[in-house]
Design a protein around this ligand. Structure first.
Ligand code: PHE
Length: 485
């Protein structure tokens, strides 16, 4: 089967940046910044991106480009090329787990994407901005409890995404990214300037750019390592989701990348754009929230409850509201395209389906996933795992565990097993090769696996073992009390 490729030099970078920039930046990043003390969180986030995520992105993209294979068979293909003995551990933990992660993310991502269309419709009719704060809260609660409305908008988003992906890599994904990404940047900058000019926005600006080190554990009573680890974990999980790292998306786009492209430069461009957009989104949302006298730490509702309140109070709120939700739709669609393409790519190359058939199969799979998530989230059917509804469970599992385990495996694979056969392809088009190799060696062999290992263990202890053991202790106490009468 002939492998599809991006046609232009900017094709890969814009498509991968399009994948990276999405709800993660505009919806998730600002509320995490709000919850974890502003600048201190941004600082930790940048460190995570530079020393852990960028080398991992280079690794994942180069596995795709060298193997020109799908996210599951890529590891085997590279080992076969170099004559190394293949172990299915790589395929399982990097390939299959990534594929599972992609299906989970897609299922809840389309749900949130659907909310954005709903909000755009509300903004267009003007009904959202005219409501009182209480009504706006009720709109959000009402939406999240309605299965039909959520399923309708999510399926609509799925259909539009499927149509673009049906067009293929060059005519669909690349063309859409080339137009949307520059447009997106422009709207982001206009909105950020508009938000910073609001009365009282300085307080938000201060919150964003004055560090509160106490929030990350450096308090006057000493260093709180638990708090520090918690923030690092949140920042790392966010960086993975935001950069589309650890799910095979970069591997798939890497397999469409031209042989001539410099991977280091491309990764630098993607990471800088993605981080800038995250910070710009926070600069749009947080000063506006302060200006309206609201709390920045209100969590996931920031974009869907607090922001409409802001639009309702500012001059020209009707217009800016529409621009904002339109922007959010544009950012979201380039991400859903990449998620969906990953699944389509798998059906094409693993199950030998044609692109139209693969698009249909992926639509059925994602449609089923998002219906289950919507049923569980809206409370219509009581589906719960570990006490969480499916939306919360998938978000938690993918951002905390799956992306980290996949990336941990890819770091070990490229760092220890395949660095020799991959070296030439990774370094293509670069200068300062010894320096870059040293950077990769240190980050992929030591920094990334050690950091991921520690953070994963803490997360597993805090979020799985501890709650289970507490539950166990409670049962144990009940039994003892029962026996003792
Ligand atoms: N990076 C996207 C965002 O920030 C989400 C995403 C994750 C897309 C994984 C593809 C793969 O919204």
């Amino acid at each position: 089967m002939k492998q599809e490729k991006f046609a232009t030099k900017w094709g890969f970078v814009l498509a991968a940046a399009g994948s990276a920039i999405g709800l993660g930046n505009v919806w998730r990043f600002p509320y995490l910044v709000g919850q974890h003390g502003g600048f201190a969180f941004i600082f930790i986030y940048i460190l995570m991106v530079a020393f852990i995520c960028m080398p991992l992105m280079i690794a994942e993209i180069s596995v795709g480009r060298l193997s020109r294979s799908n996210m599951i068979d890529a590891y085997k293909s590279i080992n076969q090329r170099s004559g190394a003995k293949h172990s299915s551990v790589w395929t399982f933990f990097a390939g299959w787990l990534g594929a599972l992660g992609i299906v989970m993310i897609t299922s809840f991502y389309f749900l949130v994407a659907g909310w954005v269309i709903y909000y755009l419709v509300q903004a267009l009719t003007g009904s959202l901005m005219q409501s009182s704060s209480r009504e706006i809260e009720q709109v959000f609660t009402g939406l999240t409890q309605s299965f039909t409305q959520q399923a309708f908008y999510a399926l609509l988003f799925l259909c539009v995404t499927a149509m673009v992906v049906l067009g293929g890599v060059k005519k669909g994904i690349e063309r859409v990214s080339l137009i949307l990404m520059p447009l997106l940047f422009l709207i982001f900058i206009v909105l950020a300037i508009q938000s910073l000019m609001l009365p009282g926005a300085e307080k938000g600006f201060d919150f964003l750019f004055k560090a509160d080190w106490g929030a990350i554990g450096f308090t006057s009573n000493g260093f709180d390592i638990h708090q520090f680890a918690k923030v690092c974990l949140a920042a790392l999980g966010q960086a993975f989701i935001s950069l589309s790292l650890g799910f095979g998306t970069l591997l798939v786009y890497g397999s469409y990348m031209s042989e001539k492209e410099n991977i280091f430069k491309s990764v630098g461009n993607i990471a800088v754009c993605d981080t800038l957009v995250g910070i710009l989104s926070a600069m749009i949302i947080i000063p506006a929230i302060f200006s309206a006298g609201l709390e920045p730490s209100s969590g996931p509702g920031l974009t869907f409850i607090s922001l409409p309140i802001v639009f309702g109070t500012i001059n020209g709120g009707y217009f800016w509201g529409i621009v904002f939700y339109l922007l959010l739709i544009l950012a979201t669609i380039t991400s859903t395209i990449s998620l969906f393409e990953c699944i389509v790519n798998l059906f094409i190359s693993k199950f030998y389906q044609s692109r139209p058939l693969a698009t249909l199969s992926a639509s059925l799979l994602c449609g089923t996933g998002l219906t289950l998530v919507t049923l569980s989230f809206s409370g219509v059917v009581d589906i719960r795992i570990l006490g969480r509804d499916l939306f919360t469970f998938f978000d938690w599992l993918t951002s905390t565990f799956i992306s980290a385990i996949v990336s941990f495996t890819v770091a070990l694979f490229v760092g220890y097993q395949a660095i020799k056969p991959m070296q030439c392809s990774i370094l293509r088009g670069t200068t300062k090769r010894p320096f870059l190799m040293r950077y990769l060696f240190i980050t992929l062999r030591i920094i990334a696996p050690v950091a991921l290992g520690i953070l994963l263990s803490i997360a597993a202890y805090d979020q799985i073992l501890k709650p289970i053991s507490i539950k166990f202790m409670i049962y144990y106490e009940h039994i003892i009390r029962f026996i003792l009468g």
